[in-house]
Design a protein around this ligand. Structure first.
Ligand code: ZN
Ligand code: ZN
Ligand code: ZN
Length: 396
């Protein structure tokens, strides 16, 4: 599918911003007494080098030593892709390809500043490795660096990644608006008689058509399935007189979208509108989501936002029917810090981005959820999604 007319252009993070992130990361590493950052495939590599690498059995690793130029160690067959990254083109990072007969761990040791894997060079006392580096790589690195302490990279980088810079907020906004348009289109399209799985496929196609590089999930929970928060779309056919929870998202230029809206399908029959129980439930949910969002500002503990939603839902007698936390951070990962959950007393900081997504579920009957992506602004919440939060009562 080609990009839809309304889709906003992608503006990937530029070389200058990436160079700044790399030097910040190096500075924080030095402060923490870390001699090198060893970054495998995943969100941290995308964050520091703008490189979306394939998760292969062959090692790809960005090495950021305390002193000297960072190196991107890649299998030879990936070297063209690695050289095309903005940081490689700008010369900020040296691309070091390895051949099938090489041991890439030797290259990692050399890039840290060690010769021949352990002897000579500076003494390396501590390295930080990306949190999700596969054991197959980690164990080989540990064998090659005896006497070196290994720590997780999030210890160094968490505080940076959790606060989004203006470029990142713009990408999150572009992703949110793209997902909003898909919700609008689906809500006003044909639904009755189609299976959840069929509608889910359409959502994925439309997310890609709206400029997403990946459509990661497209939850379509119709009728009683609306009460299952992470429902996997089935062959169940959508009928008039029931709700549908749509929870959809993916990534655009690496940054996540994640939006939930609830529809009610009438088939044009006024007798098939939402029943009283559902309308009450939805009104409570709407207030809870609005007030929780309203509570967002710097200094407020993350758990407070959850508590605000929970108090409103609890006061209406639905406490047992709000069965998950209120939200999760979002950025280069679908779910990342900070989590809006009881027990997380971390104060919100300006630039943090997260979902605010309370839900109310009556198992076997029906449920609803409203989810927006919200950025903590200096003066309060900045809501990135723009599609209406009212119950979408549609013909279907
Ligand atoms: Zn979820
Ligand atoms: Zn969601
Ligand atoms: Zn979410």
């Amino acid at each position: 599918m080609t990009q839809a007319a309304g889709a906003e252009p992608r503006r990937a993070i530029g070389a200058g911003r990436l160079a700044h992130r790399l030097s910040r990361a190096r500075h924080l590493a030095v402060e923490a007494g870390v001699d090198a950052l060893l970054v495998g495939v995943g969100a941290d590599l995308l964050y520091l080098a703008g490189y979306r690498a394939l998760p292969l059995e062959r090692l790809t690793m960005l090495v950021v030593p305390a002193v000297g130029r960072p190196s991107l160690i890649v299998p030879r067959l990936e070297s063209m892709a690695a050289r095309a990254t903005a940081v490689a083109e700008a010369g900020t990072v040296a691309v070091m390809p390895w051949d099938e007969r090489d041991d890439p761990v030797d290259l990692v040791c050399a890039a840290i500043g060690l010769e021949g894997g352990g002897s000579g060079g500076r003494g390396v006392r501590m390295v930080a490795v990306s949190d999700r580096l596969w054991a197959t790589f980690l164990l080989r690195l540990q064998a090659a660096l005896p006497g070196t302490r290994f720590d997780v990279l999030s210890g160094v980088l968490r505080g940076e990644r959790v606060v989004k810079d203006p470029d990142e907020v713009e990408l999150l906004r572009a992703a949110a608006h793209a997902a909003d348009r898909v919700i609008e289109t689906i809500a006003h399209g044909r639904l009755i008689g189609r299976s959840e799985a069929d509608v889910s496929r359409e959502i994925r196609d439309r997310l890609l058509a709206e400029g997403h590089d990946e459509a990661s999930f497209a939850i379509v929970g119709s009728g009683p399935n609306s009460a299952s928060p992470h429902h996997q779309p089935t062959d169940r056919a959508i009928r008039a007189g029931e709700p549908i929870v749509l929870d959809i998202g993916g990534t655009l230029a690496g940054y996540g979208s994640d939006v939930t809206r609830t529809l009610w399908v009438t088939g044009g029959d006024p007798a098939k509108g939402p029943d009283r129980h559902f309308l009450t439930l939805y009104a409570v949910l709407r207030a809870a989501q609005a007030e929780a969002t309203h509570a967002v500002r710097p200094g407020v503990p993350a758990e407070r936002v959850d508590a605000v939603a929970r108090e409103i839902i609890g006061a209406a007698g639905f406490a047992d029917h709000f069965i998950h936390r209120t939200g999760h951070g979002i950025g280069l990962e679908e779910h990342e810090d900070p989590y809006l959950v009881a027990g997380n007393g971390e104060p919100l900081r300006a630039g943090m981005a997260f979902s605010v997504e309370p839900g109310i579920y009556f198992e076997g009957r029906h449920g609803a959820r409203i989810e927006d992506i919200v950025v903590c602004g200096e003066a309060g919440p900045i809501v990135l999604n723009a599609v209406t939060r009212e119950l979408l009562v549609v013909h279907g």
